[in-house]
Every structure is written in C-alpha cells, then in structure tokens.
Design a binder for this molecule. Sequence first.
Ligand SMILES: [Zn+2]
Length: 108
Amino acid sequence: MMHIFCPYCGELREEEEFHVKGQAHIERPKDPEACSDAEWGDYLFFRNNPRGVHHELWIHAVGCRKYFNITRHTVTYEILETYRMGEQPSITGETKADPTTQAKGVSA
Ligand SMILES: [Zn+2]
C-alpha cells in the first residue's frame, strides 16, 4: 500500500483516496481567440513524458477534494514531494539526479 501526503490535510493517506489528473503547471493561453489551431492543439493534447522527475496534478478525491501537485520520478515511481496549488516545486529535473543512472555507475 502506497501512501501519499496531502499538503492540505497534512497527513499521509492511502493512495486509493487520490486520482492523478495529468501534467502540472500547464498554462492556459492568455488569449485563446488569438491562438492558431496548432497552438491550441498543443495546449490541449501535447504533454511532456519525461524519463525522470515529473510534476503532476493530483486530487484528494475521497478526502478534502482539493487539487495539489506531486513531484514524482517516472522510473522509480518515488514521490519526491507534494505541494499546494500556486506553489513551485523545490525539486526539478535539474536538482534531482537520475537514480537509475547512479545505480549503474554511469557518469555524465
Ligand atoms: Zn486532502
């Protein structure tokens, strides 16, 4: 059983209480009427799919029902941090080295 820390409830809760809602920090175009079809399509459908640190939007669906963000490693599934909406992650791909690379002893 995996537990996830809800930054609003302030406690670890069972993963079944949560749902992932996709990539976090996606900014809506400031002037949608001025977007080309290609720009609007990019906003709606194209998402990052990194191997490594990824920021995701989650909801505590069966708890406080609030959205928050998770920084997760897509290779190890490790949750590195959770943070409230409007906050910035303290861990990014630049600050967290890839543990799979370290495990193999590969130097950059
Ligand atoms: Zn909560």
